[in-house]
Write a protein that binds this ligand. Structure first.
Ligand code: NDP
Ligand code: DXP
Ligand code: MN
Length: 384
């Protein structure tokens, strides 16, 4: 039986790799809807190849451009409402959320509310609205399958019958391009330097997050919610080779790890075929040729964004939404050349200090907090 899929963020790094996996199993998946922002060239190409009935695009202008390029008619929806509409389509087996940033939150909740399984690449959704997303998935009894490589690894290593016996979760981090830089060197890095990740080809936003270990901070919060583990039991370990994707240590001293080539198609495929494992022709690890595997402690002083994530997580409530929103704004400013790299965690800290967190919240509350934090982050940068 074919799996009917909606893919949000099809033109991005994850979206393109999802389609790569789908194309390698031509009879197993049917693309019902594709959505992207403004890359109408690639989106048109993808639509003409996969012939989805529904399409989403960021703006009305992009919709007009797109319409002219389609070989067959498709219903075109626009904006965030378009994403929500696609996430709620009936007769869908899996919604893959591969957009970047907070815009993933509302469509994720919409898909879960409709009873459709979600494969979630978008970590900002969980960081901003973890309790809402987990409650919705539980209330509707709908699977929420992680795509993020570390969380896919943990998902694969976590024995459901032994959850109580988990000692700790060990999240691995590559360390990014600036692992060996001094704090002084870090202050002067350019966007071009920060966009050169040593192991993974990813979109710009997550690549900048990785360079300052803020991606790992977001992933600590993501792991807390997805696996319902307290922050004290989540440890980050630098592993520059990105071969061990994460580990679960149990109370009996056993550690289960998931290993593989640094290739996102592996966790993507697992999310698409879960609970099955299908044979593919992607590159394999060769232990006889693999370089040594090393592990070291992260430098929390040099990369304060990671410590701030633990702080936001332990504070709880709406604080993690503030961490996320301030970071999204700061990363954008850094990419535009408006601030130095080391300002990113400073801006996050400053906005977190101003925030009085809500202990519990609704979706509307969290969108208000998100908007407030963005304005506050922009105000902080004006001071520089
Ligand atoms: N890349 C990776 O290896 C990994 C990524 N992730 C997470 O997955 C998510 C996606 O990352 P990545 O693929 O790298 O990001 P990209 O920036 O490469 O892709 C983002 C996608 O979102 C689309 N998009 C942006 N704005 C809108 C909008 N308003 N409406 C609809 N679509 C929109 C983009 O469309 P367009 O380009 O057409 O504007 C693009 O298709 C992030 O949350 C990231 O943290 C997690 C683990 C690994
Ligand atoms: C591929 C993936 O899952 C990324 O989130 C990756 O983890 C980024 O690398 P860092 O470990 O450098 O953050
Ligand atoms: Mn990751």
């Amino acid at each position: 039986m074919t799996k009917r899929i909606v893919l949000l963020g099809s033109t991005g790094s994850i979206g393109r790799q999802v389609l790569d996996v789908v194309e390698s199993f031509p009879d197993s998946f049917e693309i019902m809807a594709l959505a992207a922002g403004s890359n109408t060239d690639l989106l048109a190409e993808q639509i003409n190849k996969h012939r989805p009935k529904f399409v989403g695009v960021g703006s009305q202008e992009s919709a007009v451009i797109l319409k002219d390029r389609l070989k067959e008619p498709a219903e075109i929806l626009t904006g965030n409402e378009g994403l929500v509409h696609l996430a709620k389509l009936s007769g869908i087996d899996l919604v893959i959320v591969a957009v970047s940033g907070i815009i993933g939150l509302v469509p994720t909740l919409a898909a879960l509310d409709s009873g459709t399984s979600v494969a979630l690449a978008n970590k900002e959704t969980i960081v901003a609205g973890g309790s809402l997303v987990l409650e919705k998935a539980q209330q509707k009894g709908v699977p929420l399958i992680p795509v993020d490589s570390e969380h896919s690894a943990i998902f694969q290593c976590l024995e459901q019958e032994n959850k109580e016996a988990v000692d700790k979760i060990i999240l691995t981090a590559s360390g990014g391009p600036f692992l060996t830089y001094t704090r002084e060197q870090l202050a002067n890095v350019t966007p071009e330097m920060a966009l050169k990740h040593p192991r993974w080809q990813m979109g710009a936003k997550i690549t900048i997050d990785s360079a300052g270990l803020i991606n790992k901070g977001l992933e600590v919060i993501e792991a807390h919610w997805l696996f319902q583990v307290p922050y004290e039991k989540i440890e980050v370990v630098i592993h520059p080779q990105s071969v061990v994707h994460s580990m679960v240590q149990y109370g009996d001293g056993s550690v289960l790890a998931q290993l593989g080539c640094p290739d996102m198609r592996i966790p993507i495929q697992y999310a698409l075929t879960y609970p099955e494992r299908w044979y593919n022709k992607f590159p394999r690890l060769n232990f006889l040729e693999t370089q040594e595997l090393t592990f070291q402690r992260p430098d929390y002083k040099k990369f304060p964004g990671l410590a701030l994530a633990y702080q936001a997580g332990k504070t709880g409530g709406s604080m993690t939404a503030v961490y996320n929103a301030a970071n999204e704004v700061a990363v954008e400013m850094f990419l535009q050349g408006k601030i130095n790299f080391t300002r990113i965690p400073e801006i996050i800290e400053s906005v977190m200090t101003e925030h009085h967190p809500l202990k519990t919240f609704t979706l509307e509350d969290i969108l208000t907090v998100d908007s407030w934090a963005r304005t506050a982050a922009r105000k902080v940068t004006e001071k520089y």
